[in-house]
Design a protein around this ligand. Structure first.
Ligand code: FAD
Ligand code: MG
Length: 300
């Protein structure tokens, strides 16, 4: 299908959330244009875990399968590219990609988030390899070896308490977080050690930590809570309201994933406090169904 004459829905972001939303719309025979820059959050990881039917598959392979299945529907068009602008126009929205404006009656924002890590040498290049955001995604594969939790703020206490189920855990406070007395005893009751030395760098095949005094702590892997931000300014351009989460702001939605702007829906990591592939797929399915309904039902 060509999208030049306008579509029912422009979906910005064609990863787990965006494809799940598009699938619902395609199956309702609605005309959908997906615009996707292909910069998925988990592009650093070799495997995606905890995804029903796909546990341990490469993240890109899951998206490739989903994209091929979506594009089999005749009312779907896809552009590999970055949407640079979206604005309200008569009877909908205009979305600009490479200088060309595409018209949609509705918009689904499935933009994902970008992670900002502490500026510690060796950390960024190990992201998704042996440094991870979430133990439920990558904790099992560390085979109960020693695990470090690199503190970035007050959320790190929760991460350290959680991670202890996957292996003997050390909380590296690194000046970013100091547990109070009650938290120190909580950590002790979970068997979590506290290391207050400054983290100089991350080194080695797995995440070994070099401290300011020259000592090395060897870990099977490291977890840290990154600062997240929605990957595109488009939601802000459209005037969508944001909510504040523990690690960054995200697009606010109601239970069916409608944003504060009529006709704009949002799903996936960009529209929840903390995400996963499974949750992005679920949110996407909800956003797709609600967007479809909004095309013929008056808002309630
Ligand atoms: P994304 O997958 O991030 O996709 C967003 C898409 O929108 C991208 O393709 C992006 O380029 C596109 N986009 C953004 N703005 C624009 C624009 N203006 N124009 C066009 N396209 C745009 N979760 C799991 O469930 N299991 C795991 O094992 C797992 N491992 C992870 C490992 C790491 C290192 C990280 C960081 C995360 C991991 N996650 C895992 C979380 C998972 O990556 C996210 O929850 C998931 O990717 C969210 O899907 P999404 O569709 O919302 O966003
Ligand atoms: Mg992985």
């Amino acid at each position: 299908m060509t999208a030049a004459a306008g579509v029912d829905v422009v979906v910005i972001g064609g990863s787990y959330a965006g494809i799940a939303a598009s699938l619902q719309l395609a199956r309702a025979r609605r005309r959908v244009l997906v615009v996707d820059a292909g910069i998925r959050r988990n592009r650093f990881a070799a495997a995606s875990h905890g995804v029903l039917g796909y546990d341990g598959r490469p993240p890109a392979a899951i998206v490739a399968d989903a994209r091929a299945q979506l594009l089999a529907y005749p009312t779907v068009a896809w552009i590999d590219g970055m949407a640079s602008e979206a604005r309200q126009v008569a009877d909908g929205f205009a979305v600009t990609v490479d200088g060309v404006a595409y018209h949609g009656k509705r918009i689904v924002l499935a933009l994902g988030v970008s992670d900002e890590l502490p500026a510690i040498p060796g950390l960024q290049e190990r992201w998704g390899v042996c440094v991870f955001p979430c133990p439920s995604s990558h904790g099992c594969e560390l085979n109960q070896g020693p695990i470090g939790v690199l503190a970035t703020g007050s959320m790190s206490i929760h991460q350290a308490l959680l991670v202890a189920d996957w292996g003997p855990t050390t909380l590296l406070t690194n000046g970013a977080f100091e547990p109070d007395e009650a938290q120190v005893s909580q950590l002790a009751s979970r068997g979590v050690a506290i290391e207050r030395g400054r983290v100089l760098r991350v080194a080695g095949q797995t995440a070994d930590i070099e401290l300011g005094d020259g000592s090395i702590l060897a870990f099977a892997g490291l977890f840290t809570v990154p600062t997240t931000r929605v990957s595109s300014p488009i939601a802000a351009q459209l005037g969508c309201a944001f909510d504040e989460g523990p690690s960054g702001s995200f697009i606010g939605t109601d239970p069916v994933k409608a944003t504060s702007v009529a006709g704009v829906f949002a799903c996936g990591d960009a529209a929840r406090a903390a995400g996963s592939v499974s949750l992005a797929i679920g949110d996407g399915a909800m956003a797709g169904a609600a967007t479809h309904r909004s095309l013929f039902m008056p808002p309630v």
